[in-house]
Design a protein around this ligand. Sequence first.
Ligand code: ATP
Ligand code: MG
Length: 301
Amino acid sequence: MKKEGLLEVSHLTCLYPISKKTEIRAVSDVSFQIRSGEIFGLIGESGSGKSTIARCVMNLLKPANGSVFYRGIDIYDKKEYRKHKKMLQTERQLIFQDSGSSLNQRMKVHEVIAEPMKIQRRKPLRGSYRAEAEFQMQHVGLDVSYLDQYPAELSGGQRQRLAIARALTMEPKLLVADEPIASLDVSIQAQIVNLFLHLREEHGFSFLFIAHDLAMAEFLCDRVGVMYRGRLVEEAPVKELFERPIHPYTKALLSAIPIPDPVKERARKPAEFHEGDFFFDGEWTQERAEHFVLREGGRTL
Ligand SMILES: Nc1ncnc2c1ncn2[C@@H]1O[C@H](COP(=O)(O)OP(=O)(O)OP(=O)(O)O)[C@@H](O)[C@H]1O
Ligand SMILES: [Mg+2]
């Protein structure tokens, strides 16, 4: 079945079995689309199901229900997957919070970068694997003097650049970035976010960007989906969402962002909220152009 958009997540439901009789419903009936060249953000509190969605998009977790289409290919249809395996394995790349430290620490930087090319039997476009590694390092702003060093000798931010350089050798079209900046210092976070923007401009990459940090999501994303307890409760272009949030959970999340102006910040009263304060069942309703919200059945907000 062919669908529009680069990535189409359709009525996704994911369960984790925890015993023979019990399972955790981590994601419930979630649908969204990512267009070519678009940065789509997923935000929401811990445990809301963001990483579970990322796993499904990367073929790492089979959904209990629903489908994921990449370029119109149903990635959980075994026949379709086999037919397009190589493309699916190279065009989608995952970068996560600590991807830099999960790399093989016994390999040198240039070997780390070249490893996926070797696995995929891709010829280095720039003559040798080492030349390719050097090129990608320059591309992501990692000094080439690190070529023969080990990942452990790099800083957190540099290791994240290394993970990105490694992903870029696959010439990806979709980068799935699961809290890629969460463990970095604030100044380094901004650098990595700027690198993402630069890469999008240069290559037209699409991103699924998962974040806790709303300010970064506001800066980076085109559209944002808000997750709450496994449900997508609101989705809108980023400016629209930040200016006119509708769902009470989105409003509470946004009120928790500190304001840079110290006077206003002192006067700000962040809404207090607790687990289970908000509804997460209802009808997915379009409110404005591209602005959708989960409306509680029959009750006005
Ligand atoms: N491997 C697993 N086995 C059992 N339950 C899991 C597993 N992974 C996640 N869960 C549960 O599924 C739910 C969603 O988890 P998920 O990791 O997708 O959330 P998240 O939004 O990424 O959270 P965080 O912001 O902390 O990364 C949570 O209730 C979590 O406890
Ligand atoms: Mg997560």
